[in-house]
Design a protein around this ligand. Structure first.
Ligand code: SUD
Ligand code: ADP
Length: 301
């Protein structure tokens, strides 16, 4: 018996960041959109907790108990007193350390897979609570679609999406550490009052209407200056995508993946070609959103 769960990546269509809190986190108005790049987590009975990973970026993923999927399984073990006898295999398609919440996806996937495998029967509320303890982005990986995340991003309000948005993602050479990008944000704002983060009503309306042109006009990411300061070469990638016909371009979350909103699928493909031709990124991915959250794909025997 094994259980496979598929979990999407995300892009932040708005990431409004407030000042640093006493606990080191930042209050956010974080508008998440799940997109169709997926990791798959398969849980299979084993003698002890073991993690393996496959995919082009697999060598960058820790396989010890620091792996977010292992931490998720152990959180369920602790609450339900079950034995941690599971092999978690991650088929990784989400870029690692790319600002697309791949580790968070694996945490949410492992939680859902272990809950099904062990028959722990955790409620949705309990799963969301465990997700929030594992990381600020993990609850969104569980629910998918589109949502506004407040607090440190873990308090979710689902958002209506009235259509499909077409995206191109440009993968960078190397990664950016999320804490390092937040620290750079603090450094750039030093000596200034950071405004309280607020969700943009125009952006929420553009999502509701499924209007890509309107959404392109209001995309924003307060971490972008910090990401560009740490990874200046991304400026060229952003310019190559807009020159190549994207409606808008921005850094995905803490980066260094860059995201390009396109008019339709055909336009997305030509933006992707332009990005590849520009040689300003290591690879491109064409996809769309919204995508569903963590979903059980298969119960094997
Ligand atoms: C920036 C965002 C945007 O969605 O994601 P990525 O683009 O990296 O995927 C998130 O805020 C990242 O969420 P996540 O990666 O889950 O962060 P966590 O594990 O909770 O925290 C890692 C570290 O990031 C910083 N952090 C995170 C969230 C937040 N609201 N304020 C912060 O300052 C803290 O330094 C924290 O120690
Ligand atoms: N299952 C996992 N997949 C990817 N990275 C993981 C995982 N578990 C722990 N990590 C660690 O978390 C870091 C951030 O990974 P990731 O979630 O891919 O990026 P981001 O926070 O930019 O979205 C990685 O560099 C890696 O050290």
């Amino acid at each position: 018996m094994s259980v496979t769960v598929r979990v999407p990546a995300k892009v932040n269509v708005q990431l409004a960041v407030g000042g640093a809190r006493a606990d080191g986190f930042h209050d956010l108005a974080n508008v998440f959109l799940a997109v169709g790049l997926y990791d798959e987590v398969t849980a299979t009975p084993a003698d002890e907790l073991r993690v393996t990973c496959s995919g082009p970026d697999a060598h960058q993923v820790p396989l010890d108990r620091g792996n977010l999927a292992a931490r998720a399984a152990l959180a369920l073990v602790e609450r339900h007193g079950v034995a941690p006898d599971v092999h978690l295999h991650i088929a990784k398609d989400i870029p690692v350390a790319g600002g697309m919440a791949g580790g968070s996806a694996d945490a949410a996937g492992a939680l859902v897979a272990c809950d099904a495998l062990w028959g722990t029967g955790a409620s949705r509320g309990e799963l969301l609570g465990i997700c929030a303890e594992l990381g600020s982005d993990v609850p969104f990986s569980l629910v998918g679609g589109a949502a506004l995340g407040t607090g440190r991003g873990e308090v979710l309000t689902p958002l209506e999406v009235g259509g499909t948005f077409h995206w191109v993602f440009a993968l960078a050479d190397g990664g950016l550490s999320t804490p390092a990008v937040y620290r750079e944000f603090d450094r750039l704002w030093e000596g200034h009052e950071v405004p309280a983060p607020e969700a943009s009503p125009d952006l929420i309306e553009a999502l509701r209407a499924g209007d890509g042109v309107a959404l392109a006009g209001v995309l924003s990411n307060d971490l972008q200056p910090a990401a560009l300061s740490l990874f200046p070469a991304l400026e060229r990638t952003l310019a190559a995508g807009t020159d190549g016909g994207a409606l808008a371009a921005l850094v995905s979350g803490s980066g260094p993946t860059t995201a390009f909103l396109a008019k339709d699928e055909e336009s997305a493909r030509s933006v992707a070609d332009a990005l590849l031709a520009s040689r300003t990124c290591r690879a491109v991915r064409v996809t769309s959103g919204p995508a569903p959250g963590a979903t059980v794909r298969a119960h094997g025997t």
